[in-house]
Design a protein around this ligand. Sequence first.
Ligand SMILES: [Zn+2]
Ligand SMILES: [Zn+2]
Length: 270
Amino acid sequence: MSAGGDRVLIDAGLSYRALRRRLDGVNVDPDALRAVLITHAHVDHVRGAAMLSRKHGIRIHATAAAREAWGKGADKVAGWESLAAGRPVAFGVLRFVPFGVSHDADETLGFRVETPEGAIGFATDVGQITDDLVARSSDCRMLVMESNHAVELLRVSPYAPSVRSRIGGDGGHLSNEALAAFIREHLGGQVQCIVLAHLSRINNVPALAELICREALTAAGRSDVRVVVAGQDRPTPTIALEALAPPGVARPAHRARQVALPFGSASAQA
Ligand SMILES: [Zn+2]
Ligand SMILES: [Zn+2]
């Protein structure tokens, strides 16, 4: 997240080398990062954080529970700042309001990020949509939301049954379908862009996640909203809030696309 020359990372789940490459790709000098804010201490969110902190003197903002659960590498962190739900933290014109989300790490956070151009809702590990999440995102211009798995792909997943029920449970990860229900029922009128995040490589297909999201937007009368699918293996394009079209401006209709599913043709499933 960047505004007015201040830059802050939310999570650092890639290796240090990969993080450096990604930052180089968007011309961000790691020495210029103001902070790394940690949603929770699962490894896919903290892998490169300690090394990034140590090499560049960046302070890590984390809840007491995340710091406790950090494990290996915690001693390498250059400096800790405490983070807690309901206690905003600001860097120049960027203001982060952390709030609790339903996930199976203690004190997992989402963020409402307030900027001079409007607010961004950020929630990447959310087992279920809560009233609080709906309220925090109601007037956001952009949402970065988890679209982790397709319910049907998780059902036939190679994962062990216990892992499947963890992922699909209220303290696990949000499905394409649950995000679609949120869009149909609760999408704020100011939203101009949704970034689909934290997609499973095994239990989801990017084109399917996008299709389900677009169908929900159409059902909600909001096909003007831009949809961006974030992937683990490539950087997501930079999105400038000030460049987004105002709500209600229709975009050209997207052509129907064939969605390639990993389990063969639709007729084969019947
Ligand atoms: Zn997690
Ligand atoms: Zn995660």
